[in-house]
Design a protein around this ligand. Structure first.
Ligand SMILES: *[C@@H]1O[C@H](CO)[C@@H](O)[C@H](O)[C@H]1NC(C)=O
Ligand SMILES: *[C@@H]1O[C@H](CO)[C@@H](O)[C@H](O)[C@H]1NC(C)=O
Ligand SMILES: *[C@@H]1O[C@H](CO)[C@@H](O)[C@H](O)[C@H]1NC(C)=O
Ligand SMILES: *[C@@H]1O[C@H](CO)[C@@H](O)[C@H](O)[C@H]1NC(C)=O
Ligand SMILES: *[C@@H]1O[C@H](CO)[C@@H](O)[C@H](O)[C@H]1NC(C)=O
Ligand SMILES: *[C@@H]1O[C@H](CO)[C@@H](O)[C@H](O)[C@H]1NC(C)=O
Length: 502
C-alpha cells in the first residue's frame, strides 16, 4: 500500500524531463538522472553543466545522451564536491549507450581504491561514442574494469588531463574484444594506454603524455604500456608522438600485436621543461614473447635521446661486467630506435618468438633497431628465435642474440627486397646475419617473477608530494570545444584510418 504513492511520485518526474533534463542542484541532478534511467531506461541531458554529488551508475539496458549544438557537445557531468562514495563519475553496465557528453572528474574524486576513474565499464556489449573524459590527475580516464567484460566499444573518445588515459584491467583475454577506436588521448600525466589485460586500440592518436608519473616509480610514462601481461593486446592504425617515455614500452608481455601504426617523438621534453624525459628509445620489447610488430613506422630523431641520459637500468646494452653501453656503436652517445631486449638476470622471461616484419625503422646516425644479448634463446642454448623480415632501415642495426633475419633467403644484397631486411648485407652471413654478441657471459642475480598485468604505479597513488608534479588542472575548456575534433576529417575508414597532421 505504501508503494502506490511512491510510484506516483516517481511518475511525477515529467516524461518530457527525461527527454531534455535541465541542470539543477547536484542532489537534484543525481535524483532525476537515476530516476529517468530507472523509469524510462533513458535520459537526455539538455545543455549545461550537471553538477553531481558523486558518480552515476547506469543500470543495464539504458542510455544517456548529451545535447549537441551544431555538432558541439554542450552537456557536461561534473563532480562538484569532494567525494569518496563512488570510484567513478559514470559507470556503464551491459547493453547500454552513452553519447555526446563531457565527463569531468573535476579533481574531486577522493576514494582511495585501485580503480578511481572517470568512465568505468563493467558490463558487456555497451557502446560509448563521442565523449570527452577529463579531470582525474590521480586516476584513470577510461577503465575497462571487469575481467569478464566483453564486446564494449568506445568510439571517438577524447581523453585528457588524467593520470592514466585508458586501462584494460588485468584478466581480460583476447576473446573479450573490448575496443577503443578513433580516440584522442593527450596531456596524460603517466601512461596513455595500459594493457594490464587484453584490449584493442584502433585508429587512435596519442600525444603529449608521460612526464609526471611521480612516486613510487618515477619512470617516464609511455604511449602504450604493457608489463607482466600474458594475454597481450592489439594496436592498429594508431599514431603515437611526443611521449616523455617510450611510445611503446613492453616488459614481460606476450601476444601483443602492433601493426600499421606510427611511433615517433619519444623523449619529448615540453620545450626543455622536463629533461628527465631525455634518452628514450622509441620502442622496446623487453623479455617479451610471441609479439607481432608488423608494418609500423618507427623513428627517433631527437638529439636529446642520447642513451646516456636515461642510463641502462636493466643492463641490456652491454656484456655483463663490461663498460655500460659497449654493445652500442657510439657507446653512451648512441640513440636507439626500436629495441628487442633481454635482461641478464636469472629468472627473467626469455625474449623469444616475436615477429618483426615489414616495418620502417628510421633514425639517422643512430641504431635503427637493436637486438640485445640473449634474445632468441630460452636458457643458454635452446634456440627460439624471433623473426626479422622485410624491414626497411635508415641507419643501422645491431644484432646480438640469435634471431632469424630473412632466414629463407640465402642471398641478401644491397637493395634486395622482401624478405631481406634492408641492412642484411651488412651483417655476417657466416652467423645467419647475427652479429657476434649472442649471449651474456653469466646470469646476474635472480630477479623476482613479475606478477601478471601491472600498471606502472598501482592505484591508489601514494599521497603527498610528487617530484614531477602534475600541474593543477587546466581551466576547463569552454563548452564550445568541438565535439568532433581533428580525427573526423581524416577520410578514415573504420579499421584503417589515414592520419593527416598539419
Ligand atoms: C531494454 O529497454 C527497452 C526500452 O528501452 C525495452 O523495450 C527492452 O525490453 C529492454 N530489454 C531488456 C532485456 O531489459
Ligand atoms: C558479461 O558477460 C560475462 C560472460 O558472458 C558474464 O559472466 C558477466 O556476468 C556479464 N556481465 C554483466 C554485467 O552482465
Ligand atoms: C615550459 O615552461 C614555461 C614556464 O613554466 C611555460 O611558460 C611553457 O609554456 C612551458 N612549455 C611547454 C611546451 O610546456
Ligand atoms: C661516456 O663514455 C665515456 C668513455 O667511454 C666517458 O668518458 C663519459 O664520461 C661518458 N659520458 C656519460 C655522459 O656517461
Ligand atoms: C650525447 O651526450 C654527450 C654528453 O652530453 C654529448 O657529448 C654528445 O654530443 C651527445 N651525442 C649526441 C649524438 O647527441
Ligand atoms: C610483408 O611485405 C611483403 C611484400 O610487400 C608481403 O608479401 C608480405 O605478405 C608482408 N608480410 C606481412 C606479415 O605483412
Amino acid at each position: 500500500m505504501f508503494a502506490l504513492p511512491l510510484l506516483l511520485v516517481a511518475a511525477a518526474v515529467p516524461t518530457k524531463g527525461c527527454e531534455e533534463l535541465v541542470p539543477d542542484t547536484a542532489q537534484a541532478n543525481y535524483r532525476s538522472i537515476t530516476q529517468c534511467l530507472l523509469d524510462e531506461q533513458k535520459v537526455v541531458l539538455g545543455p549545461g553543466t550537471f553538477l553531481l554529488p558523486h558518480g552515476v551508475k547506469m543500470p543495464s539496458n539504458t542510455s544517456l545522451a548529451g545535447s549537441t549544438v551544431n555538432g558541439l557537445m554542450v552537456s557536461r557531468l561534473l563532480l562538484a564536491v569532494p567525494s569518496a562514495i563512488t570510484h567513478y563519475v559514470l559507470q556503464v553496465s551491459s547493453d547500454s549507450e552513452v553519447t555526446s557528453v563531457v565527463l569531468d572528474g573535476g579533481e574531486m574524486q577522493k576514494d582511495e581504491t585501485c580503480c578511481r576513474s572517470v568512465l568505468s565499464l563493467v558490463g558487456n556489449t555497451s557502446l560509448v561514442t563521442d565523449v570527452e573524459v577529463l579531470g582525474s590527475a590521480r586516476g584513470i580516464g577510461i577503465l575497462v574494469e571487469n575481467p569478464t567484460s566483453h564486446d564494449n566499444l568506445v568510439l571517438r573518445a577524447h581523453v585528457h588531463d588524467c593520470y592514466y588515459g585508458v586501462i584494460f584491467a588485468a584478466g581480460l583475454h583476447s576473446h573479450n574484444q573490448n575496443v577503443v577506436q578513433q580516440g584522442l588521448v593527450e596531456d596524460i600525466y603517466c601512461d596513455a594506454v595500459t594493457f594490464a589485460g587484453h584490449g584493442q586500440v584502433r585508429g587512435t592518436v596519442i600525444r603529449r603524455v608521460g612526464y609526471a608519473c611521480g612516486a613510487p616509480s618515477f619512470s617516464t610514462g609511455a604511449g602504450f604500456f604493457c608489463r607482466g601481461n600474458r594475454q597481450g593486446g592489439l594496436v592498429q592504425s594508431s599514431h603515437v608522438s611526443d611521449t616523455c617515455g617510450m611510445s611503446l614500452d613492453v616488459d614481460t608481455c606476450s601476444y601483443l600485436d602492433v601493426s600499421q601504426s606510427t611511433f615517433d617523438g619519444s623523449g619529448y621534453d615540453w620545450s626543455g621543461n622536463h629533461t628527465h624525459c631525455w634518452g628514450m628509445p622509441t620502442a622496446a620489447l623487453l623479455d617479451s614473447q610471441m609479439c607481432s610488430i608488423r608494418g609500423n613506422q618507427m623513428s627517433n630523431v631527437r638529439a636529446s635521446n642520447n642513451i646516456s641520459f636515461s642510463g641502462d637500468p636493466h643492463q641490456v646494452y652491454s656484456q655483463v661486467a663490461a663498460q655500460l653501453f659497449s654493445d652500442l656503436p657510439h657507446g653512451n652517445e648512441t640513440i636507439v630506435n626500436f629495441a628487442m631486449l633481454h635482461r641478464p638476470n636469472a629468472g627473467a622471461w626469455p625474449c623469444v618468438g616475436n615477429e618483426v616484419i615489414n616495418n620502417s625503422f628510421t633514425c639517422e646516425d643512430c641504431v635503427a633497431y637493436f637486438a640485445g644479448r640473449g634474445t632468441g634463446y630460452a636458457g643458454h642454448s635452446e634456440s627460439q628465435p624471433s623473426t626479422f623480415e622485410g624491414n626497411t632501415v635508415l641507419g643501422l642495426s645491431v644484432r646480438c642474440g640469435g634471431n632469424l633475419y630473412a632466414a629463407q633467403e640465402p642471398v641478401c644484397r644491397m637493395g634486395s627486397g622482401w624478405p631481406c631486411n634492408a641492412d642484411d648485407y651488412l651483417h655476417p652471413e657466416t652467423n645467419f646475419r647475427n652479429d657476434h654478441c649472442s649471449h651474456f657471459a653469466a646470469d646476474i642475480y635472480p630477479m623476482s617473477v613479475l606478477p601478471g598485468g601491472l600498471l606502472r604505479n598501482p592505484l591508489p597513488l601514494p599521497s603527498g608530494e610528487v617530484t614531477h608534479k602534475a600541474p593543477t588542472a587546466k581551466p576547463q575548456q569552454s563548452l564550445s570545444a568541438p565535439a568532433a575534433p581533428r580525427w573526423q576529417d581524416t577520410g578514415s575508414t573504420p579499421y584503417g584510418m589515414v592520419f593527416r597532421f598539419g
